[in-house]
Design a protein around this ligand. Structure first.
Ligand code: ADP
Length: 189
Protein backbone atom coordinates (compact mmCIF):
# COMPACT_ATOMS: atom_id res chain seq x y z
CA UNK A 1 0.00 0.00 0.00
CA UNK A 2 1.15 3.50 -0.79
CA UNK A 3 -0.04 5.80 1.97
CA UNK A 4 0.82 9.47 1.64
CA UNK A 5 0.33 12.36 3.99
CA UNK A 6 0.16 15.73 2.29
CA UNK A 7 0.95 18.34 4.84
CA UNK A 8 1.03 22.11 5.02
CA UNK A 9 -0.72 25.24 6.28
CA UNK A 10 -4.14 26.38 5.00
CA UNK A 11 -3.75 27.48 1.40
CA UNK A 12 -0.49 25.59 0.79
CA UNK A 13 -1.98 23.71 -2.15
CA UNK A 14 -2.67 20.35 -0.49
CA UNK A 15 -6.00 19.87 -2.27
CA UNK A 16 -4.62 20.84 -5.69
CA UNK A 17 -1.64 18.51 -5.46
CA UNK A 18 -3.74 15.72 -3.90
CA UNK A 19 -6.05 15.74 -6.91
CA UNK A 20 -3.10 15.27 -9.27
CA UNK A 21 -1.56 12.55 -7.08
CA UNK A 22 -4.81 10.58 -6.97
CA UNK A 23 -5.00 10.55 -10.75
CA UNK A 24 -1.43 9.37 -11.12
CA UNK A 25 -1.27 6.76 -8.35
CA UNK A 26 -4.95 5.72 -8.06
CA UNK A 27 -5.12 6.45 -4.39
CA UNK A 28 -8.21 7.10 -2.31
CA UNK A 29 -8.35 10.74 -1.25
CA UNK A 30 -9.20 11.28 2.41
CA UNK A 31 -9.57 15.01 3.03
CA UNK A 32 -10.95 15.58 6.51
CA UNK A 33 -11.90 19.16 5.57
CA UNK A 34 -13.94 17.90 2.58
CA UNK A 35 -15.61 15.19 4.68
CA UNK A 36 -16.55 17.68 7.39
CA UNK A 37 -17.95 20.07 4.77
CA UNK A 38 -20.05 17.27 3.27
CA UNK A 39 -21.46 16.45 6.73
CA UNK A 40 -22.28 20.13 7.28
CA UNK A 41 -23.98 20.41 3.92
CA UNK A 42 -26.02 17.25 4.53
CA UNK A 43 -26.87 18.44 8.04
CA UNK A 44 -25.87 15.18 9.67
CA UNK A 45 -25.48 14.92 13.45
CA UNK A 46 -21.71 15.19 13.02
CA UNK A 47 -22.14 18.18 10.70
CA UNK A 48 -24.22 20.00 13.29
CA UNK A 49 -21.65 19.20 15.96
CA UNK A 50 -18.71 20.66 14.04
CA UNK A 51 -20.12 23.45 11.91
CA UNK A 52 -19.53 26.30 14.36
CA UNK A 53 -16.08 25.02 15.31
CA UNK A 54 -15.01 24.99 11.68
CA UNK A 55 -16.62 28.31 10.81
CA UNK A 56 -14.61 29.88 13.65
CA UNK A 57 -11.35 28.48 12.30
CA UNK A 58 -10.75 26.15 15.25
CA UNK A 59 -9.64 22.54 15.05
CA UNK A 60 -12.32 19.91 15.55
CA UNK A 61 -11.54 17.81 18.70
CA UNK A 62 -9.22 14.86 18.07
CA UNK A 63 -11.69 12.20 19.22
CA UNK A 64 -14.29 13.25 16.63
CA UNK A 65 -11.78 13.66 13.82
CA UNK A 66 -9.97 10.37 14.45
CA UNK A 67 -13.21 8.36 14.58
CA UNK A 68 -14.37 9.91 11.31
CA UNK A 69 -11.03 9.24 9.62
CA UNK A 70 -10.98 5.59 10.65
CA UNK A 71 -14.49 5.10 9.37
CA UNK A 72 -13.50 6.59 6.02
CA UNK A 73 -10.50 4.27 5.65
CA UNK A 74 -12.62 1.24 6.56
CA UNK A 75 -15.09 2.13 3.81
CA UNK A 76 -12.35 1.41 1.24
CA UNK A 77 -11.00 -2.07 1.96
CA UNK A 78 -9.90 -2.52 -1.67
CA UNK A 79 -7.84 0.67 -1.81
CA UNK A 80 -4.32 0.52 -3.26
CA UNK A 81 -3.42 3.27 -0.87
CA UNK A 82 -4.59 6.52 0.65
CA UNK A 83 -3.70 10.13 0.48
CA UNK A 84 -4.35 11.86 3.76
CA UNK A 85 -5.00 15.56 3.21
CA UNK A 86 -5.57 17.78 6.24
CA UNK A 87 -4.95 14.88 8.61
CA UNK A 88 -3.10 14.46 10.93
CA UNK A 89 -3.25 18.00 12.28
CA UNK A 90 -2.09 17.19 15.81
CA UNK A 91 0.48 14.78 17.23
CA UNK A 92 -2.35 12.82 18.89
CA UNK A 93 -3.92 12.34 15.44
CA UNK A 94 -0.56 11.23 13.99
CA UNK A 95 -0.17 8.66 16.77
CA UNK A 96 -3.73 7.42 16.30
CA UNK A 97 -3.18 7.08 12.55
CA UNK A 98 -0.01 5.03 13.05
CA UNK A 99 -1.78 2.77 15.51
CA UNK A 100 -4.77 2.34 13.24
CA UNK A 101 -2.66 1.56 10.15
CA UNK A 102 -0.56 -0.94 12.11
CA UNK A 103 -3.83 -2.67 12.99
CA UNK A 104 -4.58 -3.21 9.29
CA UNK A 105 -0.98 -4.27 8.55
CA UNK A 106 -0.09 -1.03 6.90
CA UNK A 107 1.81 2.20 7.59
CA UNK A 108 2.51 5.69 6.29
CA UNK A 109 4.93 5.55 3.36
CA UNK A 110 5.84 9.18 2.76
CA UNK A 111 4.95 12.55 4.28
CA UNK A 112 5.28 15.58 2.03
CA UNK A 113 5.18 19.02 3.60
CA UNK A 114 4.41 21.95 1.31
CA UNK A 115 6.29 24.99 2.44
CA UNK A 116 4.59 28.37 1.84
CA UNK A 117 5.16 31.62 3.73
CA UNK A 118 2.37 33.38 5.62
CA UNK A 119 2.01 36.36 3.25
CA UNK A 120 1.52 34.09 0.26
CA UNK A 121 -1.04 31.97 2.19
CA UNK A 122 -3.12 35.04 3.00
CA UNK A 123 -3.07 36.22 -0.62
CA UNK A 124 -4.12 32.79 -1.92
CA UNK A 125 -6.96 32.33 0.55
CA UNK A 126 -8.30 35.84 -0.02
CA UNK A 127 -8.55 34.89 -3.70
CA UNK A 128 -10.12 31.51 -2.91
CA UNK A 129 -12.75 33.09 -0.71
CA UNK A 130 -14.07 35.12 -3.62
CA UNK A 131 -14.81 31.84 -5.39
CA UNK A 132 -15.60 29.36 -2.59
CA UNK A 133 -17.35 31.71 -0.18
CA UNK A 134 -16.12 29.42 2.62
CA UNK A 135 -16.94 31.12 5.94
CA UNK A 136 -13.62 30.00 7.39
CA UNK A 137 -11.73 31.70 4.54
CA UNK A 138 -12.79 35.15 5.83
CA UNK A 139 -9.75 37.15 6.93
CA UNK A 140 -10.42 37.05 10.70
CA UNK A 141 -11.08 33.28 10.70
CA UNK A 142 -8.05 32.70 8.56
CA UNK A 143 -5.83 34.30 11.19
CA UNK A 144 -7.20 31.72 13.65
CA UNK A 145 -6.55 28.83 11.26
CA UNK A 146 -2.99 29.92 10.57
CA UNK A 147 -2.52 30.29 14.31
CA UNK A 148 -3.86 26.73 14.91
CA UNK A 149 -1.38 25.53 12.30
CA UNK A 150 1.64 27.21 13.86
CA UNK A 151 0.72 26.27 17.45
CA UNK A 152 -0.64 22.71 17.09
CA UNK A 153 -0.15 21.26 13.64
CA UNK A 154 3.49 22.20 13.10
CA UNK A 155 4.49 19.67 15.82
CA UNK A 156 3.46 16.86 13.51
CA UNK A 157 6.55 17.60 11.38
CA UNK A 158 9.21 16.51 13.92
CA UNK A 159 7.05 13.44 14.67
CA UNK A 160 7.45 12.22 11.07
CA UNK A 161 10.98 13.55 10.75
CA UNK A 162 11.99 11.26 13.62
CA UNK A 163 10.54 8.35 11.63
CA UNK A 164 12.61 9.37 8.57
CA UNK A 165 9.46 9.87 6.49
CA UNK A 166 9.39 13.61 5.99
CA UNK A 167 10.20 15.47 2.76
CA UNK A 168 9.78 19.22 2.44
CA UNK A 169 8.90 20.82 -0.87
CA UNK A 170 8.73 24.49 -1.79
CA UNK A 171 5.01 25.12 -2.35
CA UNK A 172 5.50 28.37 -4.27
CA UNK A 173 5.82 28.18 -8.02
CA UNK A 174 4.30 26.41 -10.98
CA UNK A 175 1.72 23.74 -10.01
CA UNK A 176 3.10 21.17 -12.44
CA UNK A 177 6.66 21.85 -11.37
CA UNK A 178 5.72 21.27 -7.73
CA UNK A 179 3.86 18.12 -8.76
CA UNK A 180 7.06 16.93 -10.47
CA UNK A 181 8.96 17.36 -7.21
CA UNK A 182 6.30 15.34 -5.37
CA UNK A 183 6.30 12.47 -7.84
CA UNK A 184 10.11 12.32 -7.77
CA UNK A 185 9.97 11.82 -4.00
CA UNK A 186 7.19 9.23 -4.21
CA UNK A 187 8.79 7.28 -7.07
CA UNK A 188 11.99 7.16 -5.08
CA UNK A 189 10.25 5.57 -2.11
P1 ADP B 1 -7.41 24.08 4.76
O1 ADP B 1 -7.91 24.80 3.58
O2 ADP B 1 -7.06 24.96 5.89
O3 ADP B 1 -6.37 23.07 4.46
P2 ADP B 1 -9.35 22.01 5.38
O4 ADP B 1 -10.34 22.05 4.29
O5 ADP B 1 -8.36 20.91 5.40
O6 ADP B 1 -8.65 23.42 5.42
O7 ADP B 1 -10.10 22.03 6.80
C1 ADP B 1 -11.05 23.02 7.12
C2 ADP B 1 -11.36 22.98 8.61
O8 ADP B 1 -11.86 21.68 8.98
C3 ADP B 1 -10.18 23.22 9.55
O9 ADP B 1 -9.90 24.58 9.75
C4 ADP B 1 -10.69 22.53 10.83
O10 ADP B 1 -11.66 23.31 11.48
C5 ADP B 1 -11.41 21.30 10.29
N1 ADP B 1 -10.49 20.15 10.17
C6 ADP B 1 -10.10 19.55 9.03
N2 ADP B 1 -9.24 18.54 9.27
C7 ADP B 1 -9.07 18.51 10.63
C8 ADP B 1 -8.30 17.71 11.52
N3 ADP B 1 -7.49 16.75 11.05
N4 ADP B 1 -8.39 17.97 12.85
C9 ADP B 1 -9.17 18.93 13.31
N5 ADP B 1 -9.92 19.73 12.54
C10 ADP B 1 -9.88 19.53 11.21
Amino acid sequence: MLNLVIFGPPGAGKGTQSQKLIDKYQLVHVSTGDIFRAHIQNQTALGKQVSQIIADGNLVPDSITIAMLEEEVKKNPEAKGFIFDGFPRTVAQAEALDEFLTGINSSISVVIALDVNEDELKTRIAKRQEISGRADDAADKLVKRIDEYFTKTIHVLPYYEAQGKLSKVNGIGDIDFIFGELTAIIDNY
